[in-house]
Design a protein around this ligand. Structure first.
Ligand code: CU
Length: 159
């Protein structure tokens, strides 16, 4: 019930399906996508958060109606045997950005209540220390589409 109210109260602005963009006063969420999960165990979500203010903010939590649990995760360890660890928060620097991407920070949705498929969308509530809650509608991409998106993302990083 609480989750549903939070999602309804937040403002969602979708610019277009290919490059979903959510803009609050202080933070913008760009290029969000979920990788189509194979099982109900886990689904990973990647996105970029841009800080439009001169004050650093921190991503402290995530909720979604489609999963019993959702956490911020980081990949650690050697590339041949990567492991995931919970992260209590991730900073978005003043006038900077935080990238969640394959192989790094990501949002992990666990114990899914429904299995989303490519073409579906997943609603998330991102919780920030200063900016409060921002609702994001995240498109679910196929394995192939995720690979293409990751290639584009690594190109953008070099700007
Ligand atoms: Cu994870």
């Amino acid at each position: 019930m609480v989750r549903a109210l939070i999602v309804a109260a937040a403002v969602v602005v979708g610019a277009c399906a290919e490059h979903p963009r959510v803009t609050g006063a202080a933070l913008s969420v760009l290029g969000a996508y979920a990788a189509e999960p194979v099982t109900l165990d886990v689904a990973a979500v990647y996105l970029t958060i841009r800080n439009n203010t001169g004050e650093a903010d921190t991503l402290v939590g995530v909720e979604t109606p489609i999963a019993a649990m959702a956490n911020l995760h980081r990949m650690v360890g050697p590339s041949g045997a990567p492991q995931m660890r919970d992260v209590s928060g991730a900073e978005i620097p003043a006038h900077g950005q935080l990238q969640l991407r394959p192989g790094g920070l990501h949002l992990m949705l666990m114990n899914l209540v429904t299995l989303p498929h490519a073409g579906d969308t997943v609603d998330l509530s991102l919780e920030f220390r200063h900016a409060g809650t921002i609702a994001v509608r995240v498109p679910v991409l196929s394995y192939l589409e995720v690979g293409e998106r990751a290639a584009v993302g690594s190109g953008q990083e070099q700007q």
